[in-house]
Design a protein around this ligand. Structure first.
Ligand code: ZN
Length: 185
């Protein structure tokens, strides 16, 4: 079994180094062969990588056009500069949200946004925002899993591309809400 993690890291690093938005799969297969990460097929160049793409193993993979038979490309993913957790509440759960808020402030390195009792931006329900650096993720997110007191929480990365950050790259705990993403475009 090829080292999927090393393959993904190598592809994203090289895209960044060469300052390219994407790379066609056939060329990416050569990169991986050069790096000794995935032996290419001499009779059918790109086939071993296509197998990984069909199994949905490669970050940033996409087909152009977007249908079966489209040519595979690997897109550069934006770097994550930080994370937000959005803690949703209503009248009945406001006290629970306050307990979570105090604990977050006491135990972690976070920047707390103010209470937003009215829907704001893409958020359809009252919430407050908790911003933190990438190296706090592994402490805060597991803590929230256990201590969220039944509240719905959205965790999303900050990459500068807001629609994807709140959509395909978002993580939900509890009941998933329908965000108003159209306003972010
Ligand atoms: Zn946010």
């Amino acid at each position: 079994m090829p080292d999927i993690r090393a393959i993904n890291e190598h592809l994203q690093t090289r895209l960044r180094e060469e300052d390219r938005e994407s790379v066609p799969a056939v060329e990416a297969a050569r990169w991986l062969a050069e790096a000794g990460l995935l032996l290419d097929s001499s009779s059918r160049p790109g086939l071993p990588l296509r197998r990984l793409l069909r199994a949905d193993h490669i970050f940033g993979q996409e087909q152009i056009p977007r249908r079966s038979g489209g040519r595979w490309h690997i897109r550069r993913l934006p770097p994550v500069t930080g994370y937000h957790a959005h803690i949703y509440y209503d009248e009945a759960s406001r006290a629970d949200a306050a307990v979570v808020r105090e604990a977050l402030a006491a135990h972690f390195s976070v920047r707390l946004g103010r209470w937003r009792d009215e829907p704001v931006g893409p958020h359809p329900q009252a919430m407050y925002q908790v911003a933190f650096a990438p190296d706090e993720f592994a402490r805060i997110v597991p803590w929230l899993m256990v201590h969220r007191r039944g509240l719905t929480i959205l965790v999303h990365p900050e990459t500068g591309e807001a629609v994807g950050d709140h959509g395909e790259r978002a993580l939900w705990m509890g009941r998933k809400l329908r965000l108003r993403l159209r306003g972010l475009r």
